[in-house]
Design a protein around this ligand. Structure first.
Ligand code: NAD
Length: 245
């Protein structure tokens, strides 16, 4: 069975759509027939998405809870939701600031909470089920140095995924998490181009390479699709086997 056009007639809200994994997800879903509502911070990124894939766009700063809720309401109705936007503010634990911690929690966990809440309310009202994918990270399982706020935010997001999977399941809404290892977005290519840095990380990955954004998008699309109709509440690593080491 081919996988083309799995999303014909379906609409999907994707956050963090402007770059990296989110952009690759928008591209794949649009190619497979989805009508995409792209949410990001940068209007320039959104304009590019709109002209390339014909997306509806929403420019919003997900660190702002009120603006996030307004955008979440404006985006409805959509059939599916991908919470992909995320930030990482790195600092040694003893030096990490409360401001950076709060910002990371706001974007990586509170925004998915708000977006999912408005999505779920709308889906429950129409009674047609749905699916949410939260883009977490292997960082929710591992205590990476200098990643205190990031690891905490992704662990919190996983908790949210499980509670939502539990409460929303009875409404036919599935909620799953995707957990990539280092993914070669433009920023990561820069950050990991030094072999002294990438070597130890790569040595823990049995498949001996980092992930391409399209490979994460493919797993997101699977979890959104009807092929995953009985998959609910999981943490799906996309890590070449990193977590077994
Ligand atoms: P990226 O930096 O390439 O893109 C992030 C997107 O999120 C951008 O479009 C940006 O505009 C948007 N965004 C960030 N902060 C925002 C805000 N305050 N308001 C609105 N939009 C905002 O990121 P990426 O590497 O593609 O990461 C996407 C997701 O995947 C994140 O949740 C990240 O934590 C997760 N992840 C990434 C990696 C990796 O190595 N790249 C690994 C594991 C998990």
């Amino acid at each position: 069975m081919g996988t083309a056009k799995r999303f014909e007639g379906r609409s999907v809200l994707v956050t963090g759509a402007g770059k990296g994994i989110g952009r690759a997800t928008v591209k794949l879903l649009a190619e497979e027939g989805a009508e995409v509502v792209a949410l990001s911070r940068s209007q320039a990124d959104l304009d590019a998405l709109s002209s390339e894939f014909g997306c509806r766009t929403l420019a919003v700063d997900l660190a702002d809870a009120g603006a996030t809720r307004a955008a979440a309401c404006e985006a409805q109705p959509v059939d599916l939701l991908v919470n992909c936007a995320g930030i990482a503010e790195l600092a040694p634990f003893v030096d990490a600031s409360v401001e950076a911690f709060d910002l990371t929690m706001a974007v990586n966990c509170r925004a998915p909470f708000i977006l999912s809440q408005e999505y779920a309310r709308a889906r429950i009202a129409v009674g047609q089920g749905g699916a949410i994918v939260n883009v977490s990270s292997i960082s929710s399982f591992i205590g990476f140095a200098d990643h205190a706020a990031y690891c905490a935010s992704k662990g919190a997001l996983d908790g949210l995924t499980r509670v939502m999977a539990n409460e929303l399941g009875r409404h036919g809404i599935r909620v799953n998490g995707v957990h990539p290892v280092v993914t070669l977005t433009p920023m990561a290519v820069k950050a990991w181009s030094d072999p002294a840095k990438s070597g130890p990380m790569l040595s823990r990955i049995p498949l001996q390479r980092f992930v391409e954004p399209e490979e994460v998008a493919a797993v997101i699309a699977f979890l959104l699709s009807d092929e995953a109709a009985m998959v609910n509440g999981i943490d799906m690593p996309v890590d070449g086997g990193f977590l077994i080491n």
